[in-house]
Design a protein around this ligand. Structure first.
Ligand code: ATP
Ligand code: MG
Length: 240
């Protein structure tokens, strides 16, 4: 189970995020970056955050803790910004929270060399989940306590935007020309297959079980599982 908390206070919007994520304080005294279910991207972005984020964590990659953040729209009352107020009102129920990393810095490849094994594992993982959001323009990596952290997996698994066509893209290759860690990912030949081997049907099923029911349609869990476990069987198709 993901941790379940209740939002007490909306602190501030993160304006740089396209989906208007916000910083929220919750009843466990935690502070979370929340992706709202009512945002334009819709619940599928939240589903992708959970599946990919928790998969990465189980593969030993650094992802801040995720939580389901329950929201009572009454929280919107204290919010002066109309856009934020509407977003909160449209997001009653379960939303996606990620532990807020205070004082973290956006990743800069020139300032922060990354260990070749770690960089290669991040690239291999991104290739599996088809992450198009790890470019040098928009790295979606943070530096915190001098270590690398992976955030924002909302754009992964984009096959789920077109289920009728998903079948035909199970073995789609990964385009990684502008991947921000490409210069450091020099151990892919060994790290790639090692990571792929750990993508077992059991692991995928464990991760899929964590997605809240209310973000899914009937049959979705099986459809993700079938797609991802078949993709995992043929790493030579997608490993760079
Ligand atoms: N856990 C976190 N701790 C601290 N800051 C964070 C965290 N998550 C996100 N941020 C900050 O908020 C910004 C937006 O977050 P994120 O990339 O997840 O949102 P998004 O709406 O999907 O963004 P975009 O679509 O623009 O990439 C990040 O670039 C980062 O600066
Ligand atoms: Mg982002």
């Amino acid at each position: 189970m993901l941790r379940e908390v209740t939002a007490l206070r909306y602190v501030t919007p993160l304006r740089e995020g396209g989906s208007l994520p916000g910083v929220v304080e919750a009843d466990d005294l935690g502070t979370y970056v929340v992706k709202f279910r009512g945002a334009g991207q819709g619940p599928k972005a939240l589903v992708a955050e959970v599946i990919s984020g928790e998969l990465a964590r189980r593969l030993g990659l650094p992802v801040p803790d995720l939580a389901v953040v329950h929201l009572d729209p009454i929280v919107a009352r204290a919010e002066p910004d109309e856009e934020v107020q509407e977003l909160i009102k449209a997001s009653a129920g379960a939303n996606l929270g990620m532990d807020f990393l205070p004082g973290s810095l956006g990743y800069d490849p020139n300032a922060h060399p990354v260990d070749p094994a770690l960089a290669s594992r991040v690239v291999a993982f991104d290739a599996f989940v088809e992450n198009v959001d790890r470019s040098w323009r928009n790295p979606n990596l943070l530096i915190w306590h001098n270590a690398l952290w992976m955030i924002d997996h909302g754009a992964t698994l984009y096959f789920h935007h077109n289920w009728p066509r998903a079948e035909s893209v199970v073995h789609r290759a990964y385009r990684w020309d502008d991947h921000v860690l490409k210069p450091y990912a020099t151990a892919l030949a060994t790290e790639g297959p090692a990571l792929a081997e750990r993508l077992t049907p059991a692991l995928l099923s464990e991760v899929l079980d964590l997605v809240p029911d209310e973000w899914l349609d009937d049959g979705d869990r099986d459809a993700y599982w079938s797609h991802l476990s078949r993709r995992a069987e043929q790493p030579e198709a997608w490993l760079p």
